[in-house]
Write a protein that binds this ligand. Structure first.
Ligand SMILES: Nc1nc2c(ncn2[C@@H]2O[C@H](COP(=O)(O)OP(=O)(O)O)[C@@H](O)[C@H]2O)c(=O)[nH]1
Ligand SMILES: [Mg+2]
Length: 695
């Protein structure tokens, strides 16, 4: 592979709603290209792409897999991303690093929620988009309808390049309108096809489709445009050149079709990828940053080497594999080391691997535009920039992952599980960037947060399989807090003076409510040494300690001022400990007399749903004590903003999914604390009392 050049590279992300047919299409391409001798099926758990235990068990893609194909002197890097909403992060990372997005829509299901999300990510990344209408052999397959929906909902730049010959059980082949040829298959999955003329009854449609492509393509070249307007016919060579540019610039978004299951059209798709998908050169430079200024990194093989890590996979046997997109330069694996620009660490390259599912083939050298893995890097994480030492010193922007929306508290089943938990969590977090773990300082829950119940389920199954850790899950505790609404004064007197060395502390403290978010203030108002100076810090310390467990229901007390204004002491018996205990007595009494209430966290929630679900979503928020803050249209979708108590949101990921048939999505973040309504407060306090009694 010594003479590989970026102009011979094609990389693309396969993106779609779950079940649209990406993995099957990837498998069909490997088969058509002679890289596998039998076609696997998602439902049989034997595709090259879905190789993990969990993917095979659940029959869906969970993690992006990288498949490398060699065809007609070109190297194709294909990223088969999972389509389910729980794994959106994987999909967006794949779209970010590939030179094009192959957006798959089922000829039956058409535009679905995740199709929209994939489109948005591609658009944000200015990625060229090629549509593929899949499953033309299925009952109710409707090419025209899906094409019309694509043009209406996404872009009028979507123009058909393939037209289907027949449909459903009678789907036989495709017309390639650019080549002006038909390709008719034996639909037995063997991949045998014959090339012929465009069928007479499709000639008009094929001519019109070609004309539309020509008209859009010539706009990329003024001279050609002029000739075209003067009535000259545009030759194939000219057309090919401008079409490539138009695709790279998103001015044309070709629409292809076929059936991966029966193999119909797969060879033509591969040909189209080779001929028309953008190379790294067509796609142009990657954006990076150096000392706060924007820089562009062109895919130049002679430039200093740089790469972006977009995925880390931990294989129980092979160990860690880091997936990288090479942005610039050329690097051979022997003797070369690499430098993590973000961390400032040296990393050792043992080899570069060209991946096809779980199999890797050693590559001596990588060049700008390649998407490969490096085994056993130590400190490199997703989003980090790699370079040779002393070479490129810029950083690629971090890869953003959506914030988790679904949380559970995890509890180790046994002591042995608990011992293994730390390591298992660390390694799991390394691979999965849409997962977070936090030990809540207030509730002491170990909170694991992800994109949904499916995601968490899979994470737990993986931890059990790989690291032998068994975990139970429960709903996390709401981190309630306590505060006061009135001012009170309370004396606390701690006195034990029978026999031996006694104890004596006496304080009077005034408790005043502060505004929300103010926290705690301690004020020393002692005059005349009623409490000696050296004991005052003990009083404050005592309060800070006891306020972590409020007298109402054991939650931290916040947003109040404590003014120490009077007290008394004993020359011999007073001590720091006595004053701490006195502060505690005053605190308990004072807070309970100052109209204490519970506070709960309120979340800012943003829900995105198709129009028809607006009513349901708003009604549901009412039943969750939510406040609607606003609504706006965003294309064919509606965005609802609301503030809702966290206590009502733990299962929302599941509820929204069932309420909207999977078509809704949401995000949330902490906003502020608010008083809990009396009826709910009563229940929380009662539950706390019961817990205390049980202990
Ligand atoms: N009839 C038919 N079924 C297909 C075709 N492509 C995929 N499928 C089926 O659709 C389901 C989902 O396919 P899969 O490739 O896993 O979808 P992905 O989630 O987009 O990767 C599986 O049951 C496939 O067998 C096709 O071309 N024709
Ligand atoms: Mg899949």
């Amino acid at each position: 592979m010594g003479s590989r050049q970026p102009e011979n590279t094609r990389s693309f992300a396969l993106a779609a709603h779950g079940g649209a047919g990406k993995t099957t299409l990837a498998e069909a391409m490997l088969f058509a290209n002679g890289q596998i001798s039998r076609m696997g099926k998602t439902e049989s758990g034997n595709t090259v792409s879905d190789f993990s235990t969990e993917e095979q068990k659940r029959q869906i893609s969970i993690s992006t897999s990288l498949l490398t194909l060699e065809r007609a002197g070109k190297t194709l890097f294909m990223l088969d991303a999972p389509g389910f909403a729980d794994f959106t992060g994987e999909m967006s990372a794949a779209i970010r690093v590939a030179d094009a997005t192959l957006l798959v829509l089922s000829s039956v299901g058409g535009v679905e929620v995740q199709t929209g999300r994939a489109w948005e990510y591609a658009t944000e990344n200015e990625a060229p988009v090629i549509f593929y209408i899949s499953k033309m052999d299925r009952e109710n397959a409707d090419f025209d309808k899906v094409l019309a929906d694509i043009r209406e909902q996404f872009s009028g730049n979507a123009l058909p390049v393939f037209l289907p010959i027949g449909a459903e059980a009678a789907f036989r082949g495709v017309v390639d309108v650019l080549r002006g040829k038909s390709f008719t298959y034996t639909p037995d999955g063997s991949g045998k096809f014959t090339e012929g003329d465009v069928p007479a009854d499709m000639a008009d449609a094929a001519a019109a489709a070609r004309e539309a492509l020509v008209e859009a393509a010539v706009e990329m070249d003024d001279a050609l445009m002029e000739r075209y307007l003067e009535g000259e016919t545009v030759g194939d060579d000219d057309l090919r050149k401008v079409l490539r540019t138009a695709i790279a610039k998103r001015r044309i978004m070709p629409v292809l079709t076929g059936s991966a299951a029966t193999g119909v059209g797969v060879h033509q798709i591969l040909d189209f990828i080779v001929d028309y998908f953008p190379s790294p050169l067509d796609r142009g430079p990657m954006k990076a940053e150096k000392d706060g200024a924007a820089v562009e990194v062109a895919p130049d093989v002679a430039a200093p080497f740089s790469a972006l890590c977009f995925k880390v996979m931990v294989d129980p046997y092979v160990g860690k594999l880091s997936f990288i997109r090479v942005a610039a330069g050329t690097l051979s694996s022997d003797g070369n080391n690499i430098y993590n620009v973000k961390k400032g660490d040296d990393e050792r390259i043992s080899s570069f691997r060209f991946m096809t599912g779980k199999e890797g083939k050693d590559a001596k050298e990588v060049i700008a535009g390649d998407i490969v893995t490096i085994p056993k890097l130590q400190s490199t994480k997703v989003g980090h920039t790699l370079a040779t030492k002393g070479g490129a010193a810029y950083l690629f922007p971090h890869i953003e992952f959506p914030a988790p929306v679904y949380s559970v508290a995890i509890v180790a089943k046994t002591r042995a599980d608990e011992d293994k938990l730390g390591n298992a969590i660390t390694r799991t977090l390394e691979e999965d960037r849409s997962l977070t773990f936090e030990k809540n300082a207030e509730t002491h829950d170990n909170v694991l947060s992800g994109m949904g119940d499916l995601h968490i389920d899979i994470v737990l199954a993986k931890m059990k399989e790989r690291y032998g850790v068994e975990l139970d899950i429960k709903t996390p505790q709401v981190p309630y807090r306590e505060t006061i609404k009135k001012t009170s004064e309370a004396q606390g007197k701690h006195k034990k003076q029978s026999g031996g060395h006694g104890q004596y502390g006496d304080v009077s403290i005034r408790y005043t409510p502060l505004e929300r978010g103010a926290g705690f203030e301690f004020v020393d108002k002692i005059v005349g040494g009623a409490v000696p100076k050296n004991y005052i810090p003990a009083v404050e310390k005592g309060l800070r300690e006891y306020m972590m467990q409020g007298p109402l229901a054991g939650f931290p007390v916040v947003d109040f001022r404590a003014e120490l204004y009077f007290g008394s002491y004993h020359d011999v018996d007073s001590s720091e400990m006595s004053f701490k205990l006195a502060a505690r007595l005053s605190f308990k009494k004072g807070i309970l007399e100052a109209a204490p209430v519970l506070l709960e966290p309120i979340m800012d929630v943003e829900v995105i749903v198709p129009d028809q679900y607006m009513g349901d979503v708003m009604g549901d928020f009412n039943s969750r004590r939510g406040r609607i803050m606003g609504m706006e249209g965003r294309g064919r979708l509606q965005v609802v903003k609301a503030q809702v108590p966290l206590a009502e949101m733990f299962r929302y990921a599941i509820i929204l999914r069932s309420m909207t048939s999977g078509q809704g999505s949401f995000s949330m973040e902490y906003s502020h604390y608010e008083e809990v309504p009396a009826d709910i407060s009563k229940k929380v306090i009662a539950a706390h009392k019961q817990e205390e009694e049980e202990e």
